[in-house]
Ligand binder design. Structure first.
Ligand code: DQA
Length: 150
């Protein structure tokens, strides 16, 4: 069974109460529950982690090497700042799909650049919690297409 690692970055543990006009009222636990449901339906195994620290996320990405077929990641604010996260993704060679709840291109200019998108298969941004569902389907599609080619 294909294995996918889901990583949530800083402050996403506060979803549901955090800046609800931007991120809505859905909690991270609900997003995770829906992801697990979709994974079960699609026949893939999911591991889900959240970290508020850049080093913590780097460690999780490094440990994922060889254990997962793809990474679904919302790097949150580190999207726009972290060369370390970008390098970690590039180093392990794990296909990554980047997701954002909000449309980062419709917000402040500092959110328009993503270091991590440069090393990801693709990015989904702006669909609220549904971004995660779309991202998981994209990751599964990518893994299956790659397996078929191999
Ligand atoms: C976010 C967008 C980022 O700019 C922000 O720092 C976040 C959440 C999103 O999911 O919309 O924390 O990644």
């Amino acid at each position: 069974m294909d294995r996918i690692l889901v990583l949530h970055g800083p402050n996403l543990n506060l979803l549901g109460t955090r800046e609800t006009s931007v991120y809505g009222t859905v909690r991270l636990s609900e997003i995770d529950r829906d992801l697990k449901r979709l994974a079960k339906k699609e026949g893939v195994a999911l591991t889900i982690k959240q970290s508020n620290s850049e080093g913590g996320l780097v460690n999780l990405i490094q440990k994922a090497s060889g254990r997962y077929q793809a990474l679904l990641i919302n790097p949150a604010a580190y999207t726009h700042t972290s060369i370390a996260l970008r390098d970690a993704i590039a180093s392990v060679g794990l296909p990554a799909v980047e997701v954002h709840l909000s449309n980062i291109y419709g917000r402040e200019a500092f959110r328009h650049h993503s270091y991590t998108a440069e090393v990801s298969v693709g990015q989904i941004s702006g669909f609220g919690p549904y971004s995660y569902q779309l991202g998981l389907l994209a990751a599964i599609h990518h893994v299956r297409a790659r397996t078929r080619k191999a």
